[in-house]
Structure formats: structure tokens, C-alpha cells
Design a protein around this ligand. Structure first.
Ligand SMILES: Cc1ncc(COP(=O)(O)O)c(C=O)c1O
Length: 449
């Protein structure tokens, strides 16, 4: 046994002293121990090189090995790592980042509340939506409408908004007042479609019907990922979000855009509702704000919500916030990260190389398992089925292909019966080709077995 094998055995044993997220422990028997990373590549302790086709968890937008962010963090930590941002204090990095973000994602969203991650952001969004309606004298407006296949995080309310059953099963009951409607999946829409209706129109109608069924006076907000990530990289039809926006306006329902994945360039626009010319009332963000170098998230709100908070009488204060809201070091890193995304033209790179990636993945539909390739920017997926006529999802094959890709040096992620590709936005054309080539080789091998 080599030195590294002995160490590895010890690490695996010691690793069992932590719980790993979102999986059964029996699937964590021979983890890859990642030692370092550079660009789009991960390197394991035993010398393997893996192209990280998921940019960590859809978040390492500027790629690995950036040297500016550690410098910014070091300087900030030495000067002032943290302040309480509660009553009466603040810090310069959070002031500067809030200023930078004001109107940055969407012109109407000028005010930010910081969190440390996506679940906290959505939690904050739900509470703020309820708060808003109470301030406006409509305390019955508390319900949150979400969609099937949605993933909004893991805290209690975020889990309740999540529309994937296995996240609920062992943690129920869910919080009352969260309900789900069909998602606008153009390839397998679950709701009813009327004659002459598009999937986008039918899915938007499902929202309207849910609001009317519940009573508009009871609905606080609708939450949607512009492109569902964990649910399978579902890109909605173009007519969906414009109609959703109209419906939310008509029934006085706040529209929360969960852009924890799609924000900061991932889809080839800085923020994804921009593809459809729509603005939300509340935006949730996290992940790409720091490219994963340090935890940070937040929400942004429009002026009506901001005014409701700002002008509240003292007993109706917005009693929300975390120890780490506006964390000085995280905000300093976030600010520089956003500047890097802009300076390096990473949104445009995401758009252009996203087209290259999607074209390459579309060519893989020649294999019997790959029914469709879809995506926007560097957020893409191929869907794996038993046969293309019935389109029956094939989860075992999806997982087997993911494992085979990893063995071939490509990290992808099974999201339902789709394999997701969401590499760093710094990826080069040659590296995009290598993703497609490796996945093609894996499929060839799979079909020759
Ligand atoms: C769309 C979306 N919202 C929220 C979250 C939760 O974020 P976090 O894991 O940082 O709490 C995720 C995580 O993947 C996500 O994809």
C-alpha cells in the first residue's frame, strides 16, 4: 500500500465524522478527496485531473485559482473581518457592495439585504413578502406559490417551497401555506393544455387558476427559478414569464425570482429574467456573487417593498437578519468578484461558449439514450430516457453515465434524469470541446457494452 493509499484509508474513516449533504452515507464510501483546483480543473490527492463541468455547485463562475480574491479577503480580514450590522453599525465593504448592486440585476431593484446563502435568501424573501402585505394592511396574504421540480433550498420554508418530493419525505409536515403548480417544462408538461394553447400559456394559466382557487387576498408571492436547475435544467418557453408577470400584477402577488444559480452570468445574461424582458419584485441571489470563494447571498427588493420597511412604525420593524448579514470579508470578496465578471467579459463568454456547448450536446442526441439537449448560456443538460418514443426517464442509466464520465475525468451531475453541465464561465472553447468529446466517448462505451 502506498503512502497516499494509507492516508486515504484514514481520511475516509475520519470523513465519516461529518454528515455529507443530500445523500445516503452508503454512497460515500470512496469519496474523491480534492486537494487543489486551477481554472476548470480539480486535482485529487491521488493525482487525478477532473474537468469540473459543474463549477462546484453551479457557483464557481470565475473558475478556480483566482489570486485576487484571496488577496482581497486577506486584506479585509486583517483590517476588519466582521462587524455586527445590527443596530447602529455597518462596514464599508457591505456599503460598497450594496451600492454596486443597486439597480445592477434589474433597474427596479435598488435595495439589498445580505445573507450567507441561497436558502437564507429565499427564507428572507418569503418573510419579506409576508411582511410587505401586513404593512399594507393585507395580513391574510401569506401563501407562497411555487412550482413542481423547483429547488429553493433546505431550510424549513425553502424546503416547503421546493417541489421535489424526496426533499420532503422524511422532514414533514411542510409549512402550511406553500403550494405547487406545474412547471413549464416544454418536453413533458404535467398540467392540462387547452386547444390552441402553448405550454407557456398553459403553465401561466396554472398560476392564475391557483391564485383564484386560493383567493388572491391570501397569496403573498409566487417564486420561480428562471431556469430550474436541480429540477433538470428546465428552460421555460419564451411566452411564460411575460404572462406570469402580468398575472402577478393583476392579482397583487409579488414575484420572487430565485436566481441563486442563474445570477451573475450563468445563462449568458447577467440575470436570467433578462432573457424575457421581465423584472421581479424580489430577487434571491447567492452562489455566483462570490464564485464560491466565500459564502454570501442576499435578496434585492423594489422601492415599494423598501418603502414599506423604511416607513414602518417602530413596533412593525423588519425584525429579520443574520449574524453574518453584510459580512465585511464576504462583501469585499463579492464586490471584487462582480468586478472580475464584468472586467473579464464572462457574461459574454457564457453566452458564446454556451452556444458552443449546447450545439455539441445536441449532437449527442444521436445516441439512443439522449432524447434532448437544452440550456441557456453555460447552464445546459442532456435528458436520458429508456427510449425516445415513450420518453420514460432512465435514472439508473443517468447515474451510470455520470459515474462513467467522472471516471473519464469529467464531472457532471445527475439532476433527475438529466445530466447537467454548468462549468466555470472562464472555460475556453477547447475545454468545451473536451466536455462534449468525453461525454460522447462515455456514450459510445456505454452502447458498446
Ligand atoms: C435555485 C436555488 N435556490 C436556492 C438554493 C439553496 O442555496 P444554498 O444551498 O446556498 O442554501 C439552491 C442551491 O442549489 C438553488 O439551486
Amino acid at each position: 500500500m502506498s503512502f497516499i493509499e494509507q492516508d486515504y484509508a484514514v481520511w475516509v474513516e475520519q470523513d465519516q465524522k461529518q454528515l455529507h449533504p443530500l445523500q445516503h452515507a452508503s454512497r460515500h464510501t470512496n469519496p474523491l478527496v480534492i486537494e487543489r483546483a486551477e481554472g476548470v480543473y480539480l486535482y485529487t490527492v491521488d493525482g487525478r485531473k477532473i474537468l469540473d463541468g459543474m463549477a462546484g455547485l453551479w457557483n464557481v463562475n470565475i473558475g478556480y485559482g483566482n489570486t485576487e480574491l484571496p488577496e482581497v479577503a486577506r486584506e479585509q480580514m486583517l483590517r476588519l473581518p466582521f462587524t455586527s450590522n445590527f443596530a447602529g453599525m455597518t462596514n464599508l465593504p457591505s456599503i460598497q457592495l450594496a451600492e454596486k448592486l443597486s439597480g445592477f440585476a434589474y433597474a427596479d431593484l435598488k435595495t439589498t439585504a445580505f445573507t450567507s446563502g441561497g436558502s437564507e435568501s429565499n427564507e428572507t424573501a418569503f418573510k419579506t413578502a409576508r411582511y410587505y402585505w401586513k404593512r399594507l394592511g393585507k395580513p391574510e396574504k401569506t401563501k407562497i406559490i411555487a412550482r413542481n421540480a423547483a429547488y429553493h433550498g433546505i431550510s424549513m420554508a425553502a424546503t416547503s417551497a421546493t417541489g421535489i418530493a424526496r426533499y420532503h419525505t422524511m422532514f414533514g409536515p411542510q409549512i402550511p401555506g406553500f403550494l405547487h403548480i406545474p412547471n413549464p417544462n416544454p418536453h413533458r408538461y404535467e398540467g392540462d393544455i387547452r386547444d390552441g394553447e402553448t405550454v407557456g400559456q398553459a403553465a401561466a394559466r396554472a398560476l392564475e387558476e391557483a391564485i383564484l382557487r386560493e383567493g388572491p387576498e391570501t397569496v403573498a408571492a409566487f417564486i420561480a427559478e428562471p431556469i430550474q436547475g436541480v429540477g433538470g435544467v428546465i428552460v421555460p418557453p419564451d411566452d411564460y414569464f411575460p404572462r406570469v408577470r402580468q398575472i402577478c400584477d393583476q392579482y397583487e402577488v409579488l414575484f420572487i425570482s430565485d436566481e441563486v444559480i442563474t445570477g451573475f452570468g450563468r445563462t449568458g445574461k447577467m440575470f436570467a429574467l433578462g432573457h424575457w424582458g421581465v423584472q421581479p419584485d424580489i430577487l434571491s441571489f447567492a452562489k455566483g456573487i462570490t464564485s464560491g470563494y466565500i459564502p454570501l447571498g442576499g435578496i434585492q427588493i423594489n422601492d415599494a417593498i423598501r418603502d414599506a420597511i423604511w416607513n414602518a412604525p417602530e413596533p412593525e420593524s423588519w425584525m429579520h437578519g443574520y449574524t453574518y448579514s453584510g459580512h465585511a470579508t464576504a462583501c469585499a470578496v463579492g464586490l471584487r468578484n462582480v468586478e472580475i465578471i464584468e472586467r473579464e467579459g464572462l457574461v459574454e463568454n457564457s453566452r458564446v461558449l454556451g452556444e458552443q456547448l449546447l450545439k455539441g450536446l445536441e449532437a449527442l442526441t444521436e445516441f439512443p439514450q439522449v432524447v434532448v439537449a437544452r440550456g441557456k448560456g453555460l447552464l445546459c443538460a442532456i435528458e436520458i430516457v429508456k427510449d425516445k418514443t415513450s420518453r420514460t426517464p432512465d435514472l439508473p442509466t443517468t447515474n451510470a453515465l455520470m459515474g462513467a464520465a467522472m471516471n473519464a475525468g469529467l464531472r457532471t451531475r445527475a439532476v433527475g434524469n438529466a445530466l447537467a453541465f454548468s462549468p466555470p464561465l472562464t472555460i475556453t472553447p477547447a475545454e468545451v470541446d473536451s466536455i462534449v468529446q468525453t461525454m460522447g466517448d462515455v456514450l459510445v462505451k456505454h452502447n458498446s457494452q
